[in-house]
Design a protein around this ligand. Structure first.
Ligand SMILES: [Zn+2]
Length: 454
């Protein structure tokens, strides 16, 4: 272990799969000792793409070989214009791991890491990760986000046994990749708020340990967005520690609740729709950053409303019936696979009127406490916008290829694609989701074009 703060060191010692982690300049030199310690194998193989091979792959091979460890020929994945995260590629990598009988070292960022995570699982081996960018939080998490037959799925894959995050390597990645990681991390603000609400309304109890792992130091990790953009090592170290901690929190909790809420629902929606700018797919972290800002603005709107005036009995009586829900899904998702997904997810969380009534009564009775806790937890939307701008990432939907009209519609659609209970469901229970959107996008609203500062 090297370069960990006490919280991260504690989280690591409690982690079930990941046993060694370093976040420090020059720590790649420790890799042979790490391999001997927590990933002993007869042979190793580096998996990279041409970019990450030059960024760190060759250097990694040198360290491993000069320490006298056996190394198979590297697997350098090469596709034009870039390697895609498909199950097919992961299967091909798994087959080569089997041939080599080697333990893989993933040298890369999101795509390489997810491909190797799933390939290692299929080949029945552990894996080690050498991140080349602070671009997302999946390094320390289990599960690989891959496309299978065109659909994005989370496929099986254990977390790596060791992560060696050398800041000298990470600081050479394009600055925009740090902005993506910053977007993925800033989303944890909303993930936390959603979980607090789900807990307060009896939907999903807050698991204090994993919640604290992500939330207690979040302000510090997010505190230097301009430094992330400048590729300042201290700022990247903070960002990387936060991203790794989010992965460990998911390991500890057993699912993504500690790190993913309605912010990620916007992102998943847009990723399923393959949004693109100039023909380039928009990165996960860029989507999460805009999704986070969308929800911080929605929470800000909610906190300005008078909850004492609501009538839970009357509102619950208007809760959507299964038929209305199906009609809403039909109208919201022209693509058949997305409609099918939404039907499964939204039906799983559809609440009968008595349950909606209970939730609304709890919300009304405890609103002062709930709103106070949300106020303390969430920064202002304008502040989050400044952070995203300072980090150099997108802070508005049109910048990621989502028109303003679509963005407005996507508040309702994002609610439907996942069974997780979030702030969007609270707005829906209240019957205020449409009104919130109209006001957020109307004159004086947070997303109102003319009112925008640039
Ligand atoms: Zn994410």
């Amino acid at each position: 272990m090297d370069g960990l703060d006490p919280q991260l060191a504690r989280a690591l010692s409690a982690a079930t799969t990941t046993r060694d982690m370093s976040v420090a300049a020059g720590c790649l030199g420790r890799l042979p000792a790490v391999l001997r310690g927590v990933a002993p194998a007869g042979r190793y193989v580096i998996v990279a793409d041409p970019n990450t091979w030059s960024a760190a792959g060759a250097q990694t091979a040198e360290f491993v070989a000069s320490a006298g460890l056996a190394l198979a020929d590297p697997i350098v994945l090469d596709e034009t214009p870039r390697v895609r995260p498909t199950a097919e590629t992961a299967h091909a990598v798994a087959a080569r791991l089997g041939e080599h009988k080697a333990l893989p070292i993933a040298v890369g960022s999101g795509v390489i890491n997810d491909l190797v995570k799933h390939a290692a699982e299929r080949a029945g081996t552990a894996y080690v990760c050498v991140p080349t960018a602070a671009s997302m939080d999946g390094y320390a998490a289990s599960g690989a986000a891959l496309r299978e037959g065109g659909f994005k799925r989370t496929l099986a894959g254990a977390a790596p046994v060791a992560i060696v995050a050398d800041l000298d390597v990470i600081a050479t990645a394009p600055a925009i990749m740090g902005a993506w990681g910053y977007g993925d991390l800033v989303g944890k603000l909303v993930a936390g708020a959603d979980w607090m609400l789900a807990d307060a309304l009896g939907e999903e109890p807050l698991n204090k340990g994993p919640f604290a792992m992500v939330q207690d130091n979040l302000a510090g990790w997010l505190g230097n967005p301009a430094g992330v953009r400048r590729r300042d090592r201290a700022a990247l170290a903070g960002l990387m520690r936060g991203l790794l901690m989010a992965g460990l929190a998911m390991q500890a909790h057993g699912n993504s609740r500690p790190a993913s809420g309605s912010d990620h629902q916007f992102a998943h929606l847009w990723e399923m729709e393959d949004i693109a700018v100039d023909g380039q797919p928009v990165s996960h972290g860029a989507c999460v950053g805009v999704g986070c800002l969308s929800m911080v603005a929605a929470y800000e709107w909610l906190m300005q409303q008078d909850l004492q005036a609501i009538d839970p009995v009357r509102l619950a009586a208007r809760a959507s019936s299964p038929a209305t829900l199906d009609a809403e899904i039909e109208a919201s998702f022209p693509l058949a696979f997305m409609a099918a997904n939404a039907r499964a997810e939204a039906r799983a969380k559809a609440a009968p009127p008595p349950l909606v009534e209970l939730r609304l009564k709890a919300l009304k009775a405890n609103w002062r406490d709930i709103a106070g806790a949300l106020h303390r937890h969430l920064p202002q939307a304008e502040t989050v916008r400044h952070w995203l701008d300072a980090a150099g990432g997108p802070s508005d939907a049109p910048a990621i290829g989502v028109s303003r009209d679509k963005h407005a519609r996507d508040y309702g659609r994002a609610r439907l694609i996942r069974r997780r209970f979030t702030g969007l469901d609270v707005l829906h229970d209240l019957g205020w989701l449409d009104r919130a959107v109209i006001e957020l996008f109307g004159p004086g609203g947070f997303w109102f074009n003319e009112g925008r500062k640039t």
